[in-house]
Design a protein. Structure first.
Length: 119
C-alpha cells in the first residue's frame, strides 16, 4: 500500500504594508512541511490576471519578507492591488491573498520611473 502525504501549509498571516514608496509583504508560516518554495504574484484592478514577480525558496525560518520596489514604475491612478502568495508543495500549490490600496503621488511615480531606468 502506498501512502499519500498531505501537506497542510499553515500561514498565520500574510500582510502588505507601505515601506516608503514600496510595498512590503510579510508572511508568517507556522507549518511549512513539504513546501519547496513561495511565489509572489501581483494583480492591479486594471490587470486581467496575476503576474509573477518572484520566487523565494522555503527555508523553514517561519517569517518571510519581500519588498515590491517595482510598483511605481508604471504608477497608475488609485487602484486596489492584490498580492497572491503561492506555497509550492509536492501535493500542489496552495494560495493565499492580501490587498492594499495603491495611490501614488507624482513624486513616487517619478521615483519609480528613475529606479526602473537603472535596472
Amino acid at each position: 500500500m502506498i501512502g499519500l502525504a498531505s501537506f497542510q501549509v499553515q500561514v498565520s498571516s500574510f500582510l502588505a504594508t507601505y515601506q516608503g514608496a514600496d510595498i512590503r509583504l510579510e508572511w508568517k508560516i507556522s507549518d511549512e512541511s513539504g513546501v519547496s518554495s513561495y511565489e509572489i504574484s501581483r494583480k492591479k484592478d486594471s490587470d486581467a490576471a496575476y503576474g509573477r514577480l518572484s520566487e523565494i525558496p522555503a527555508s523553514n525560518q517561519g517569517t518571510y519578507v519581500w519588498v515590491d520596489d517595482n510598483l511605481y514604475k508604471d504608477g497608475d491612478a488609485m487602484e486596489n492591488i492584490s498580492y497572491r502568495l503561492t506555497a509550492n508543495t509536492s501535493a500542489g500549490p496552495k494560495y493565499f491573498y492580501t490587498n492594499i490600496q495603491h495611490s501614488p503621488t507624482a513624486v513616487q511615480r517619478s521615483w519609480g520611473s528613475i529606479k526602473s531606468m537603472f535596472r
